[in-house]
Design a protein around this ligand. Structure first.
Ligand code: NAD
Length: 487
């Protein structure tokens, strides 16, 4: 980035070009921000080799407190260049500057700090064994790095998700090769600059740019010398990556798609619920894996609820991402907007009533060349409709009434996904009861997207494999070696 018009790969501590380039597009107006150098197979191989060398070199010999200190320095490096990160993320994703500066970039730094602190205090189990014939032994585990970890991330929360995996991987002593989304390569490259300037040894952190199949993503996941793969993205990509890692049998951690439900009971705090669900449906233009695309509302409150949500949708400010007043930016790309618009059309064919939105806005300026779309509320669809079953990943939800608690739970669970859900009620007993019955990785009661980074995060069904967060991350990124000593 620095001093260059080309975003380059970062391999063995140096910025290097691959043989081809692709364009990084600003979704707000369709303009080219910068050209990006795509890593070919040979560059991916070099990145993996340099990671292996670093692992076998000084990095592999660092004590846990020394590694933790490096992670804190990286966090400091992000904080020092906070504005650069915000600008890069806003340009790449089109997300409002208010969002990038409140959530994405602070979380990028926080991920390093929390795992630095956690790894220092993380204990491991120990057992004293006593057999029937009076043999005693002491068992204890030691935590070792997995080795070279391949990290593949999506475009919706680029720095946040990339650091969510990079930080615990480094905390556990691994070296990493990251492949950010082709749509959002900028903050990964900035992070490489931070790594370089904070003196992180060459090879510990590598960035390869490019696409999935037939490009850097596939070269990395199918590489025999990559010891583990952690991936966030679409479920069908997860399935392709599973096939790619199968021949070399490596640990995988997958955070995948969702079709998340919200259940609103008539006894909820109405304002809190409407505000919470307006975020849950529309935040980041609906492009958060945790967004609610299915909202079930207890019948006595249905009409009041949909009219308030409609007001919220129509009050969103679709503007330039750099404007402080903007609440809603564009979708990530032309292709993604075409996909979401297909669902808007399909909803009409499937018999939906479109209560708000349903199309594209017209601005009369350069934003018309961007990928904006109207926040949309659907009602009246059958539970079997594709728009109720498939992840759309846009600013859209279907709202349906329900009569009985069990009915709402059954409908919420009637999906192949199982990432997140939210329950809105002032009846605490009901909150607990319903939350436990939902087949998801996380259920929020009277809130949404409230994250404590020590808690397990992941999905059931098509939404993922494994859990990351807190000790779950440390356990995924470590090889535990049990040592049994006869006493
Ligand atoms: P995607 O699966 O299309 O791409 C994600 C990453 O995988 C990109 O870097 C891409 O280049 C790479 N990739 C694509 N094909 C590959 C292949 N064959 N081999 C290796 N790498 C490959 O996802 P996306 O469109 O970038 O992101 C949106 C999706 O991510 C949604 O489904 C969303 O729900 C999901 N998501 C899930 C979580 C979670 O925590 N569960 C978080 C954010 C996003």
């Amino acid at each position: 980035m620095t001093g260059s018009k080309l975003l380059q790969n970062y391999v063995n501590g140096e910025f290097v070009r691959g043989p081809r380039e692709f364009a990084d597009i600003n979704p707000a107006d369709g303009s080219v921000i910068v050209e990006v150098s795509e890593a070919d197979e040979s560059l991916v191989n070099q990145a993996v080799e340099s990671a292996r060398r670093a692992l076998n070199g000084d990095w592999g010999k660092l004590t846990i407190p020394a590694r933790a200190a490096v992670l804190h320095k990286i966090a400091g490096g992000i904080e020092k260049r906070f504005e650069d990160f915000v600008q890069a993320e806003v340009a790449d994703t089109g997300k409002p500057v208010s969002l990038a500066s409140k959530i994405d970039i602070p979380r990028g730094a926080a991920n390093f700090r929390i795992f630095a602190d956690l790894v220092k205090s993380a204990g491991l189990e120990a057992f004293r064994t006593e057999t029937q014939d009076n043999v005693s032994a002491l068992n204890y585990s030691v935590r070792k790095p997995l080795g070279v970890v391949g990290i593949i991330t999506p475009w919706n929360l680029p720095l946040l998700l990339l650091t969510w995996k990079t930080a615990p991987a480094l905390a556990c002593g691994n070296c990493v090769v990251v492949k950010p989304s082709e749509e959002t390569p900028a903050t990964a490259t900035l992070l490489a600059e931070v790594m370089q300037s904070t003196g992180v040894p060459p090879g510990v952190f590598n960035v390869v740019h490019g696409f999935g199949s037939g490009s850097a993503g596939e070269f990395l996941t199918s590489h025999a010398d990559v010891n583990a793969v952690t991936f966030t993205g679409e479920s069908k990509t997860g399935s392709a990556i599973m096939r790619a890692v199968a021949p070399t049998v490596k640990p995988i951690s997958f955070e995948l798609g969702g079709k998340n439900a919200a259940i609103v009971f008539a006894d909820c705090d109405f304002d809190e619920t409407i505000n919470g669900l307006a975020d849950a449906v529309f935040l980041n233009t609906g492009q958060v894996c945790l967004c609610a695309e299915r909202v079930y509302v207890e019948r006595p409150m249905f009409e009041r609820f949909v009219s308030a949500l409609k007001q919220k949708a129509e009050g969103l400010v679709l503007g330039w991402p750099t404007d402080d007043k903007t609440t809603t930016g564009p979708l990530i790309s032309k292709e993604h907007r075409a996909k979401v618009l297909c669902y808007y059309d399909l909803a009409k064919k499937e018999g939906a009533t479109i209560l708000a939105g349903g199309g594209t806005p017209i601005f009369g300026d350069a934003r018309d060349d961007g990928f904006y779309i109207q926040p949309t509320i659907l009602t009246g669809l059958a539970e079997s409709a594709r728009c109720v079953k498939e992840e759309i990943f846009g600013p859209v939800c279907h709202v349906a009434p329900f009569d009985k608690e069990e009915e709402a739970i059954a409908k919420a669970n009637d999906t192949k996904y199982g990432l997140a859900a939210s329950v809105w009620t002032t009846n605490l007993k009901r909150g607990h009861r319903v939350a436990e019955k939902l087949h998801v990785g996380i259920t929020w009661v009277n809130c949404w997207f409230l994250r404590d980074l020590r808690t397990p995060f992941g999905g059931a069904g098509l939404s993922g494999i494994g859990r990351e967060g807190g000790m779950h991350s440390l356990n995924f990124y470590s090889e535990l070696n049990n040592i049994c000593i006869k006493l």
